[in-house]
Design a protein around this ligand. Sequence first.
Ligand code: ATP
Length: 496
Amino acid sequence: MQATQTLTLEDLTSFCVRKGFFFPSGRIYGGLRGFYDYGPLGTELRKEVLDDWWYFFVRRRVDMVGIHGCIITHPKTWEASGHVEAFFDYLVTCTKCGREYRADHLLEDYGIKAPTLNAETISSLIKERGIKCPECGGTLGEPAPFNLMFSTFIGPKRTKTNEAYLRPETAQLIFLNFKDVYYSMGMKLPFGIAQIGEVFRNEISPRGFLFRLREFTQMEIEYFINPCKLDDCPIFDEVAQMKVKLLPAETQEAGSEETVTITLQEAWEKGLIKSKWHAYWIGESLKWLSRIGINLEKVRIREHLKNELAHYAVQTFDIEYYFPFMGWKEIEGISNRGDYDLKRHQEFSGKSMAVEDDGEVVIPHVIEPSFGLERILLALIVEAYKVSRGHTILSLNPRVAPVKVAVFPIVDKPEFVKKAKSIYANLKEHFTAMYEEKGTIGRRYYDADEVGVPFAVTVDGRSLEDDTVTIRFRDTKEQIRIPISELVPTLKRLME
Ligand code: ATP
């Protein structure tokens, strides 16, 4: 099989569009940068991944509940959270053609990589290196901060007092609802609140297909812990012996990107991960990523440098995936947000955010696993995309494959078609399924492989005699024969 290393971003984008996973939004009008619509297969894939995330992190647990907050909420939220003041990137504008660039991306294109850059450094780097506008060669102006929040107006008046923001993260809605959830659901610390939803960031330069979008989906958890019990994690055993590839801040500060392979227990004991609960959530995140089909060999845990830490963070790790066309990139962030958010909302609203735990009144500390759905889908597709003897196979884990089973009559004669269609109708009650009767059977297998269908059921001559069918496995091409009456339980078992 051809390795994914040869896969380019252009190949992947055109594959995903051609096969109905994603379409540039507003394509007939030339598209809109940073916006992609989900096509039929993308929509099914999305649903499978979201459902599995919700099952894994919420439904099967006893310490988690979910909410579904508004996209537009009280504007004070974003003052308290620090987004009005600090959620910006630097923009540089060409003085000749007016084109705008995100400063750190522009510098990255010139081989200058730094996690955080201030206006003075950007300005002097541009001058020192003689960086000009990549489009027209014009002189670039001074860097200016650009807030990434999209704003809108509530009600008919378009005045500053009616201005509101589309949420740039789902997290804040969880903090706003924290006390209501705590009381209405009778929660006890430690516990978590999860939320899945669309968020909006006015990225200066969207790029990398699904990687940097202006509208995307987050799956976030805020896990609330008594500040005196940050290392009191009774379920730590579930992850303690997991080995992770860790890239500590110290290593990066020394100019190296060499990871250390270490168990989560050791990483916590050595103080590389400050809180035991933080280490626990790193472990749980990795378990889920692996469960849906991400190869953990291509995942590393990179600690944020001190000057890279967000204004709210005590310690942050990015879960990075190695994309063949972009290198290591963040697909999930896991932050220890301390009590920053609850304290700020307490201060700005005048409402107490404290709760009781073991007779103590405390403002909980928070560990936040924050997953970006589209980046995870991109990693899943990269991981699954293989080319074998000229044919593309999308080896998606059956758990998330958008179509689980294909049904084919071996030839399109009426008796075969009739039987195959009745099997298809029955399977559709249980799984996402597809049916095709045209073309050679080999061609139809290849077409199903290409969109990741893990199992293909074929009605052949013997099926008409003894009511059996074959199941063909996408990845091994092996076939088994079973009675039609056994199809549903067999496929269910295979999907496990
Ligand atoms: P980056 O540094 O790449 O801009 P970030 O650190 O701002 O990302 P977070 O605020 O930690 O990202 O958001 C959590 C997750 O949301 C990220 O791990 C990523 O998967 C996803 N995400 C963030 N920005 C985007 C974007 N513009 N497009 C798609 N997904 C995104």
